[in-house]
Design a protein around this ligand. Sequence first.
Ligand SMILES: [Zn+2]
Length: 186
Amino acid sequence: MIEEEIVEYYKLLYLRGQTTLLSGNISAKSEQYIVITPSSMPKPLLKPSDLVYIDLEGRVVKGNKAPSSEWRMHVAIYRRRPDVAAVVHTHAVAPTVLAERIDSGLLAESESYLGGGIAVVPYIKPGTWELAEAVAEALGKSNVAILSRHGVVAVGSSLAEAVNRAEVVNDLAWATLIKLWAGRGP
Ligand SMILES: [Zn+2]
């Protein structure tokens, strides 16, 4: 079940330090609906029944919790990218701080997994339509966007693909830092 998958993948992201207890959100398409994590709950402790179904207008169609405060961002991305089946938003520190300084040429896996470059979106207040539209626009040509001073958004044709892309961006950020620290390339 998609709810169980979302809950399990969230735990993995939390255990890898990609989110704090309350930050970030994940969604996946289920036919014409979006299944999304709820707002203001400790994410690694979520139960499948805590997830919320919304439609592409953001209306809650199933679930007794409020959807993530970033539901507009998820809706805007699915509207813009019909090929996307999952959206992962983390608050991973290294990619967020490095943003456009990330050197995606350092790891060959970025070419095979990201399927495009890393977009960088300027800081815009979280939870707004303005941020949602800016991220959807950035993801028109990319599968990963870094939101300045905020976090990472990765999309994919499955949850595994979206989660993996978020991890690859995190690895690229660390590879960039290691290169800077070492003072030379690998
Ligand atoms: Zn966020």
